[in-house]
Design a binder for this molecule. Structure first.
Ligand SMILES: NC(=O)c1ccc[n+]([C@@H]2O[C@H](COP(=O)([O-])OP(=O)(O)OC[C@H]3O[C@@H](n4cnc5c(N)ncnc54)[C@H](OP(=O)(O)O)[C@@H]3O)[C@@H](O)[C@H]2O)c1
Length: 257
């Protein structure tokens, strides 16, 4: 596993997305991922699976402090007190004492950013979360959030894969040393059908999903959270640290958007 250093924290470059994982299948998938070496798990109150994610963490036997757990508050919970209640709800369902990184899932223009950041900072001060961040924020929303906050905004989690241009957000994250967490990195499975990714993959005996993930984590400041429920996909998505794309291949993949 390779790690990205963000504000002194080591974040595993590949995490496990859990959107659409539910019930016992979710518990089994998260547990198998932890057992095979995943240490970064992404959930949200919206996903309705925090209970199963928490159970999987306990059953895996992996030390809590070795896991980087991310959850998110939905956009109707962004007031100072409501985000604190939302976080406590998540902690209760997870059965955990703290969340490593807690995100605003989507911006809500009707709630002043100062209220949301005050709520997040309060959660950091009481140790319920270790870092705060945002998701689906534009550069200007991200910039305003950073101005409103007195603590670091750790990440902007956004859709990012070879068919989706995130140049502006990426440049901003790189400049200010926060992470860009790439969601839907496989374009929900569609990367598998792409000829260029297939062709490049053949050179390294990798499949198009592995090439897409390698392309993401080979960029400064990027970590990613592919969702994989099957063990074979989970294994495959970890096999991206033993090859390196050339500058020309990086450019060619960038041109797919
Ligand atoms: N912040 C947000 O608003 C937001 C929005 C969307 C997603 N997310 C997060 O990002 C995570 C990932 O995004 P996503 O779930 O939209 O899509 P994704 O990770 O791009 O794609 C998931 C799909 O790809 C398949 N897959 C995984 N590994 C594969 C491999 N090695 N080869 C072939 N197929 C493979 C999975 O199949 P199996 O499951 O059958 O293995 C699943 O069907 C989510 O789960 C969620 O945690 C956040």
């Amino acid at each position: 596993m390779e790690y990205l250093n963000v504000f002194g924290e080591r974040v595993p470059g590949i995490g496990l997305g859990t959107w659409k994982m539910r019930g016992d299948d979710c518990r089994r998938s998260v547990r198998s991922a932890l057992e095979m070496g995943y240490r970064h798990i992404d959930t949200a109150e919206l996903y309705n699976n925090e209970r199963e994610v928490g159970q999987a963490i306990k059953e895996s036997g992996v030390d809590r402090e070795d896991i980087f757990l991310v959850s998110k508050a939905w956009s109707n919970h962004l007031g100072e007190e409501s985000i604190q209640r939302a976080c406590e709800g998540s902690l209760g369902r997870l059965g955990l004492e703290y969340i490593d990184l807690y995100l605003v899932h989507r911006p809500n223009v009707s709630v002043p950013l100062e209220e949301t950041t005050a709520g997040l900072e309060g959660l950091m001060e009481t140790g319920k979360i270790r870092a705060m961040g945002v998701s689906n924020f534009s550069v200007s929303q991200l910039d305003r959030t950073r101005s409103a906050a007195s603590k670091p905004v750790f990440t902007n989690q956004v859709e990012y894969h070879p068919f989706y241009n995130q140049d502006e957000v990426l440049a901003y994250c790189q400049k200010h040393k926060l992470a860009l967490t790439a969601y839907s990195p496989l374009d929900r499975g569609r990367v598998m059908r792409n000829k260029t990714l297939q062709e490049i993959g053949k050179r390294y005996e990798k499949d198009p999903a592995q090439v897409a993930l390698r392309w993401l984590i080979q960029q400064d400041s990027v970590v990613t959270i592919p969702k994989a429920s099957s063990e074979s996909h989970q294994q495959a998505n970890l096999q991206v640290f033993d090859f390196q794309l050339t500058a020309e291949e990086m450019e060619k993949i960038r041109d797919l958007r």
